[in-house]
Write a protein that binds this ligand. Structure first.
Ligand code: PLP
Length: 431
């Protein structure tokens, strides 16, 4: 089916026209990519060049997944309304989604973006505790609203009612040591907030610590953290916008690598495979208290078409047995990245699980700025080869790899060969 949009291979024309979007947006890569079509793990640009997508976690069941597209088109041709009418679709979707959660997480509120879900979580936490203090990690990102910019130190300094703590990827020692240090910081931050007259309402944690540099180790980091904030009367909000929907393999949700059950879990990005849908899953007593004082209506959150799309995504994830598939391909990713680390002096720590990986690029001579430049050079070099990844972390030197979950063994092989070529190239330039 042809697109309504004009496919132009002239990047300079697109760049010139882009001023209509204003200056706040950022593009990836030294030469931006202009995809016009996607299919599975592949993106195609206007000139017909094919890119292996090892970056985009939103199209979780593959770009332009036919079953999802079909569900969207079918429901859009029948009815699209909102949660003020009764409809089987939204209820079926909510029931199917919640079936993948621990029993205590028995309620879902539907939104359109991860930001709306996190914003609602903060409102509910404030209402439930009568407090407003929030603890987040040092380079966290939780969304675009004013309240979330206040708790997103990767965007700008946090607000007065917020305290930051070091993410586990920047702590050292055994997993038990890391969990101890992380919990001790929460204790200190909660005491500090209380002294400042803004006691803690919530600890909000991205369960894969994506913008801090990625940490997905098994252990007790999240469980200890939740216990610590609860001991101070606060709630534990697991931000699963990055880590959810089988991203780390074995489990549907990244928090399930531990025994912890969060008070609230925010979802987003992959939930609609690109269709804007998100949500907040929570323990019923919290929303009962909130619902007594506030009403909640989100015009598009939980609309009939979104419910059909969300259901198709769940079906696809179940059909591909995502927890097992991601664990299996993730093991290949682990093996390949570990081999790279042994082979190339510029590859430092490799952190991740399933299909979410962070790879530190370090200057062999120890210059941190140069490490970030080398990471950019690798990412740009890959882009020119036709492989897409990203760069993240506080120092900007962590390669971020998180492909659609339909990634297969052959794609891991392609990615590893391309990474090896690019590591070799940056080391050759450095020497
Ligand atoms: C961890 C995390 N939380 C929340 C959000 C916000 O989600 P959205 O962009 O859908 O508002 C993001 C987006 O990147 C995110 O990475």
């Amino acid at each position: 089916m042809p697109s309504d949009f004009h496919a132009t291979a002239d990047i300079s024309d697109l760049l010139a026209r882009r001023k209509v979007l204003g200056p706040a947006y950022r593009l990836f890569y030294d030469v931006p990519v202009d995809p016009v079509r996607g299919e599975g793990v592949w993106l195609f640009d206007a000139a017909g060049k094919r890119y292996l997508d090892a970056y985009n976690n939103v199209p979780v069941v593959g770009h332009a997944n036919p079953a999802v597209v079909e569900a969207l088109a079918r429901q859009a041709a029948i009815l699209n309304t909102h949660t003020r009418y009764l409809h089987d679709g939204v209820l079926t979707y909510a029931e199917r989604l919640l079936a993948n959660f621990p029993a205590a997480l028995d309620t879902v509120m539907l939104t359109c973006t991860g930001s709306e879900a996190n914003d609602l979580a903060l409102r509910i936490a404030a209402e439930a505790t009568g407090r407003k203090g929030v603890i987040v990690t040092r380079n966290a990102y939780h969304g675009v609203t004013q309240a979330l910019a206040d708790v997103s130190p990767s965007l700008r300094p946090v607000a007065a009612h917020v305290r930051t703590i070091e993410a586990p990827c920047h702590l050292t020692g055994s997993p038990a040591d890391v969990a101890n240090q992380f919990a001790a910081q929460i204790d200190g931050a909660a005491r500090d907030l209380a002294r400042a007259g803004t006691p803690v309402a919530a600890l909000m944690i991205d369960t894969v610590f994506a913008s801090d540099g990625i940490y997905i180790a098994d252990g007790e980091v999240l469980s200890r953290a939740a216990a610590q904030v609860r001991a101070h009367g606060g709630l534990f909000i697991a931000d699963e916008v990055q880590g959810g929907f089988n991203r780390i393999g074995r489990h549907w949700w990244a928090f399930q690598r531990e025994t912890v059950v969060p008070d609230m879990v925010s979802l987003g990005k992959p939930m609609g495979n690109g269709h804007p849908m998100a949500g907040l899953v929570l323990q019923a007593p919290l929303i009962e208290a909130f619902g007594k004082n506030c009403r909640y209506f989100n015009t598009f959150g939980g609309n009939t078409v979104s419910a059909a799309v969300g259901l198709a995504v769940l079906n696809e994830l179940e059909r591909m047995n995502a927890p097992a598939h991601v664990a299996q391909v993730g093991q290949l990713m682990n093996d390949g990245l570990s081999r790279l680390a042994q082979r190339f002096a510029c590859v430092g720590s490799v952190r991740g699980q399933g299909l979410y990986w962070g790879v530190d690029i370090c200057d062999p001579a120890g210059d941190p700025l140069r490490g970030a430049q080398m990471a950019q050079a690798i990412s740009n070099g890959l882009r020119h080869e036709g492989v897409l990844i990203g760069v993240s972390g506080r120092q900007g030197n962590a390669l971020k790899i998180r492909p659609p979950l339909v990634f297969q063994a052959e794609h891991v092989e392609m990615l590893m060969s391309a990474l090896a070529r690019q590591c070799q190239a940056v080391l050759a330039t450095a020497s």
